[in-house]
Design a protein around this ligand. Sequence first.
Ligand code: 4AD
Ligand code: MG
Length: 465
Amino acid sequence: MKTVDLRVVHKGGAPAEPFRLQGWVRSHRASKQVSFIEFSDGTSITHLQLVVEPALPSYAAIAARITTGAAVEVIGTLVDSPGGKQKYEFRVSGIQLVGDADAATYPLQKKGHTLEFLREIQHLRPRTNTLGAVFRLRSAAAMAIHRFFDEQGFYYVHTPIITTSDAEGAGEMFHVTTLDLANVPKIDGHVDFSKDFFNAEASLTVSGQLEGEIVATALKKIYTFGPTFRAENSNTARHLSEFWMIEPEVAFLDLEGNMALGESFIKYLITDVLDHCEDELAFLHAREWVKEPGLMDTLKALANSTFEKLDYTEAIRILEKSGKSFDFPVKWGIDLQTEHERYLTDEHVKGPVFVVNYPKQIKAFYMKVNADDKTVRAMDMLVPRLGEIIGGSQREERHDVLLNRIRQMGLPEANYWWYLELRKFGTVPHSGFGLGFERFLMYASGMQNIRDVIPFPRFPGFARF
Ligand code: 4AD
Ligand code: MG
């Protein structure tokens, strides 16, 4: 007998003859005439109503154990539903209990648990409607990302997770070591990393970009998609210590081309997840914490819009003229804070916007310096409600200018010898960006906290599960 997933059943793929379902009980309502089991197998946002004759022997034997959370296997057929609530239901001809769920202790008894509470039970929260929908969306979005780049002729590159270079030069890295922490070898008061596993100071990567540039200047168009780690003490709803980033890198591409790539990428992703997960999105958008009416329409309209572009200098002028009193005062040279980004997107542009040409002091060492020697060819894509979801730039391809920047910023020059050498042998203009995968998921789903769009969030003070 065929076992069928609910997503197939709901797409009209149920066989006419009896078939099997495997999943979990959401609720069970027993009565003398007929019993109802609300059933879900996690493959679809929509549940299925199972209808059981109480006298059915396989049911009668286990009826008391068909509790919320219990795992069951049922056999039956799909029939038209007489009630108005659903079009069809499943008439059970046989049921088997696979795994009990103790009614007194199973935490997901009643509906409406807070997302905060669910973060404490990450081993069970994928079984809720909300987190289930998020994780199916996450999977679909990951597939869409690979599809987009494949269709555009990009090669997928795996950059290292353990690295000895700081790609952002910001020093926010987690150490990777096998040194005995109770007895650390030292020279002149400093840790002697030559005694460590890699004979060097190693860390978890903050970005695959630098290695991505190596391969882009060989295969032309590449992208990475992997986990990245930041040891920044940002306890916010938009920061994780471990997050996933998509980083395309393209040889012979300038900043304008880079923005065009970012714009078509976001549009493709939105269109694709609307195609594959509209039910999940509709469900998520209707949650009580989503305060944005018409989010679905906004997403649909995005595909046909043109993203605005603002020079950083112009953005500062707009913020100064806004009449708003920001917590962080605005003046040329500051890094844009979330409140500034949100004014630009939510109130000024009312949509996504690229901000370009930031002051060089506030951006990473690898960005191409403009002719004014004050700004760099950086681009951030900001979206309503979140602010930055993409950070990217045209890279500095001139050897001497790059070397100067590394020195000026006090970075350990020796660590970047290979990065500099790319500028000695067949250097080309090239550009790329990083999309924070979880930021994108927040944007599409309307989820308010980044900890709820990744199955196992890590943030300061928390790495459980
Ligand atoms: O702006 P960022 O730091 O840029 C880079 O890492 C570049 N090397 C990318 C490149 O040009 N290849 O990070 C890129 C994006 C941000 O725009 C944001 O969406 C996300 O990564 N991001 C985070 N997401 C979650 N938690 C954090 N702590 C994040 N830090 C950055
Ligand atoms: Mg950034």
